[in-house]
Design a protein around this ligand. Structure first.
Ligand SMILES: Cc1cc2nc3c(=O)[nH]c(=O)nc-3n(C[C@H](O)[C@H](O)[C@H](O)COP(=O)(O)OP(=O)(O)OC[C@H]3O[C@@H](n4cnc5c(N)ncnc54)[C@H](O)[C@@H]3O)c2cc1C
Length: 466
């Protein structure tokens, strides 16, 4: 494993320079993961905003934890920063879709946490077991009680497959059931990606023999990677058309896709939803069912049961893709940091503009763990990290917080091999980084997503430079 990581690091160093140049050449640093608040942010890559000394704990070593650690090293250089996360391996989760598509290997998406940990940040490789914000403390598995002056919570979210009656995470990969989401950020593994690759192949094999019904279900909880069900549907259909990694005859007429959504819209942004609607219609073999809440799966009968407007309906399937119900990690749900009531109960409470906890202003949150109505994505994390870099430094100086989060998020939706619809949106609607019509799927966004994003993620974003 160590040797593989070394080889990957060497590859990355070579890639990094070339890709950074490409990024600059294409002016794409903003596009990678958005750039909407960057204009507001007077962030500098090197000038500190506060020279105060402080003890900062960052909880979590995923996208948010690492990038915010790198940024705080610059904005509060005299602070003692400790990152607490158990994962030896860091996952680039967006890449799971490209593993399923047969374009990345699983290993391409992994790095050793110690290799991407920013210099000067102390890493405690263990789990946080409790938050005690009234006493400025966190409790951990091995080190016990640790005190902080400021805390940044970046614990991501957990999957809750067993909220669906009749299945649990162990069923993914069996009996025609897949979920590209299936991963474990604590262990640094992502079996769902390869399972979904095999699932695509199996659908194609069986479509050559007889008609197939494919059901893709979304939960009624907030989800990360909002466009991922569309990726699955469109890529699978393109593979059936014979346009995937392996070319072949067109079998797509033999497969019917049904996408179930808990709400009434295809996507949070209406213009993007309209494009998706057109793409679904163009495909000719898809339908969407709104207001459907998945209740149960019967694996042996291959049926899925839904609640629709108070009634129960059942559909049979040959293949099922599940976007799992998601929730904040238990340690957050059971803490004073959680939202106590309503649809977002259990997720971390923050002010939607400043990302500070309303009761504990020395606690900030970032990423998927947040109880916000905006999208959960790496792009959102990038914007939030810039905000925390500047706002936490300003808070230390007792100044007004300079940046407000506007709900920016991004989904690079793969409408087929070679085309991405770059859905960038915020609380006000579409938020394109580039002066190109954002409702059009384009090859250039596919090329960026496939060839540059991962290198930009590890080489720039994890260093707090994107
Ligand atoms: C299949 C898939 C496709 C996606 N596609 C895209 C995309 O194309 N574009 C995009 O922008 N985003 C995409 N995303 C979403 C993106 O990956 C996440 O939004 C992003 O990684 C969130 O970062 P985070 O830091 O909040 O959480 P994570 O990166 O998940 O990190 C959470 C961290 O918390 C740690 N942790 C958990 N519990 C504890 C504990 N008790 N104590 C200490 N540490 C703990 C974990 O070990 C982990 O290191 C996708 C996600 C998936 C799964």
């Amino acid at each position: 494993m160590k040797r593989l990581f070394e080889a990957q690091k060497r590859k990355e160093r070579t890639l990094h320079r070339r890709d950074a140049l490409k990024l600059i050449g294409l002016g794409s640093a903003g596009l990678m993961t958005g750039g909407s608040i960057s204009a507001q942010a007077e962030t500098s890559l090197s000038v500190p905003s506060s020279k105060k000394k402080a003890k900062i704990i960052i909880a979590g070593g995923g996208t948010g934890g690492i990038t915010v650690a790198a940024r705080l090293r610059r904005s509060v250089p005299n602070a003692q920063i400790t990152l607490i996360a158990p994962n030896e391996t860091h996952l680039y989760q967006s890449g799971q879709v490209f593993v399923a598509a047969g374009l990345y290997s699983e290993f391409d998406n992994k790095r050793a946490t110690e290799d991407i940990l920013p210099d000067g940040v102390k890493w405690l490789q263990e789990k946080i077991t409790a938050f005690d914000p009234d006493n400025h403390r966190v409790h951990t598995e091995k080190s016990g009680e640790l005190s902080y002056d400021y805390l940044v919570v970046a614990l991501g979210c957990e999957y809750d497959f067993s909220a669906i009656e009749g299945i649990n995470a162990e069923d993914i990969g069996k009996e025609g059931i897949a979920s590209v989401y299936l991963n474990d950020t604590l262990k640094g593994i992502s079996p769902g990606a390869l399972i979904t690759k095999l699932w695509f192949e199996s659908i194609r094999r069986n479509a050559a023999k007889r008609p197939q019904n494919v059901l893709l279900c979304e939960p009624d909880t907030p989800v990360k990677g909002e466009g991922v069900s569309f990726d699955m549907l469109f890529l699978c259909n393109d593979i059936l058309r014979g346009n995937g990694v392996r070319k072949g005859e067109d079998l797509h007429q033999n497969v019917h896709f049904t996408l179930t959504k808990p709400g009434h819209t295809l996507f949070p942004s209406k213009p993007i939803a309209d494009t998706l609607q057109k793409e679904m219609k163009k495909a000719g073999n898809t339908e969407t069912k709104f207001s459907h809440r998945l209740l149960a799966v019967n694996k042996s009968r291959k049926t899925a049961e839904f609640e629709v407007d108070g009634k129960r309906v059942e559909y049979s399937y040959d293949y099922l893709h599940i976007t799992p119900p998601m929730r904040a990690p238990e340690v957050v749900q059971n803490s004073p940091l959680a939202i106590k009531e309503g649809r977002l109960k259990g997720w971390m409470e923050v002010d939607s503009a400043t990302l500070q906890h309303p009761k504990y202003p020395d606690v900030f949150g970032i990423g998927d763990v947040l109880g916000l109505s905006s999208g959960k994505s790496g792009g959102a994390v990038r914007e939030q990290a810039i905000l925390i870099q500047d706002n936490l430094a300003a808070f230390l100086e007792k100044k007004t917080l300079p940046i407000h989060y506007n709900g920016y998020s991004v989904s690079p939706i793969k409408t087929r091999y070679g085309r991405v619809l770059l859905a960038e949106y915020d609380n006000h609607g579409l938020a394109p980084t580039f002066p190109l019509d954002p409702t059009v799927p384009r090859w250039i966004w596919w090329e960026m997503d496939l060839h540059l994003m991962r290198a930009a993620y590890f080489g720039l974003m994890m260093r707090g430079m994107l």
